[in-house]
Design a protein around this ligand. Structure first.
Ligand SMILES: NC(=O)c1ccc[n+]([C@@H]2O[C@H](COP(=O)([O-])OP(=O)(O)OC[C@H]3O[C@@H](n4cnc5c(N)ncnc54)[C@H](OP(=O)(O)O)[C@@H]3O)[C@@H](O)[C@H]2O)c1
Length: 306
């Protein structure tokens, strides 16, 4: 597994990170399988794990904590998020006040069973919320050793653009995948400013494959329902990229990951998976290169997509 610098944080991360979110964190997904995926990822060289206080209705963090119990975490970067929380009944609450962010980070340490977080990210802040008080709070959390690095996760380009200009922000997590080539200049500016850049959703949530072809288990129904409810645009745009799944030497997921990692501005791509075969296939993408012909084909599909 190749590693990359996480911006100017002094931390190094595996270029593929494992996302501990969504179906992975849900009690309906058996604990033994969920923990097995984390253990196998560590054994195969993954050092970056990404989760959030609100993920999987609040169940993802404590589950990741149980997975890490008894493991040597000194070389791992455990990333989590603050500013959102599970509000009951499947709803996600939001509290981006500095005091709530501090309390959330401290709770995360307990749930994860860690002495320090590798990375604390604000989960979807607005530009206005990134005010002097918040930036001081993030600096304090680092000074107190609660987190080694701080940053934010946003899918709003205006927020990322603003964060690129803030010296207190170490890392940004953006939605970057074959369906989102428009993020490339923003990623380049973030990297040039010394930010670590994490690509979330690098597989475009699987939406480059036909929905029906994916329905093999309960997790697929859950991901399909989420796609239909919240990501119809991606589902539609994914059609132009079906060819990624018919290539001779690489699977579609490997192409999707290699596409993101082809960008030198990216520190790591963080994917989600609940099947061990998917995990292995994805980790094998580290070091795979896209041919120029394939890059051109992807660019042509992106241009046709508009
Ligand atoms: N989605 C968001 O809104 C969001 C927001 C912020 C941060 N993030 C971060 O980004 C991470 C990844 O996001 P995500 O899980 O939403 O999307 P993703 O990684 O783009 O896609 C996950 C989907 O792809 C499938 N998959 C994985 N490997 C595959 C393979 N080799 N072949 C076929 N299908 C494969 C998974 O299926 P199986 O489960 O069957 O393996 C799952 O349905 C999250 O875990 C989180 O850390 C996501």
């Amino acid at each position: 597994m190749r590693r990359r610098a996480l911006g100017k944080t002094g931390l190094e991360v595996s270029e593929l990170g494992f996302g501990c979110a969504s179906w992975w964190g849900k009690p309906r997904f058996p604990e033994r399988e969920a923990l097995g995926l984390v253990h196998e990822a560590i054994d195969r060289g993954v050092t970056l794990f990404d989760t959030g206080a609100s993920y999987s209705a609040g169940e993802a963090e404590p589950r990741l904590g149980r997975a890490l119990k008894g493991r040597d975490v000194s070389s791992l970067v455990i990333a989590t998020k603050a500013g959102t929380f599970h509000a009951g009944g499947g709803r996600i609450g939001r509290d981006m006040r500095p005091a709530a962010v501090v309390a959330s980070a401290e709770r995360s340490l307990e749930r994860l069973g860690l002495e320090t977080l590798g990375l604390l990210q604000l989960h979807g802040p607005s530009v206005e919320e990134l005010d002097a008080a918040m930036l001081r709070t993030l600096e304090d959390l680092k000074a107190r050793g609660v987190a080694r690095a701080v940053g934010l996760n946003s899918f709003d380009p205006a927020v990322i653009e603003h964060a690129v200009g803030l010296p207190q922000i170490d890392v940004v997590m953006v939605d970057y995948n074959v369906l989102r080539p428009e993020r490339r200049p923003l990623v380049a500016r973030a990297a040039a400013a010394g930010k670590g850049v994490l690509a979330g959703m690098p597989l475009a949530m699987g939406h480059t494959r036909p929905l029906l072809a994916r329905l093999k288990g309960p997790q697929d129904l859950w991901y399909a329902a989420r796609g239909l409810a919240r990501h119809r645009g991606e589902l539609a745009r994914g059609r132009a990229f079906r060819f990624l799944h018919d290539l001779p030497d690489m699977t579609g997921s490997q192409v999707a990951l290699a596409y993101v990692l082809d960008d030198p501005g990216v520190s790591a791509a963080v994917f989600g998976a609940t099947r061990p075969a998917h995990l292995r296939e994805n980790l094998a993408a580290s070091g795979m290169m896209l041919s120029q012909a394939l890059r051109d084909r992807i660019r042509a599909a992106q241009e046709a997509d508009g």
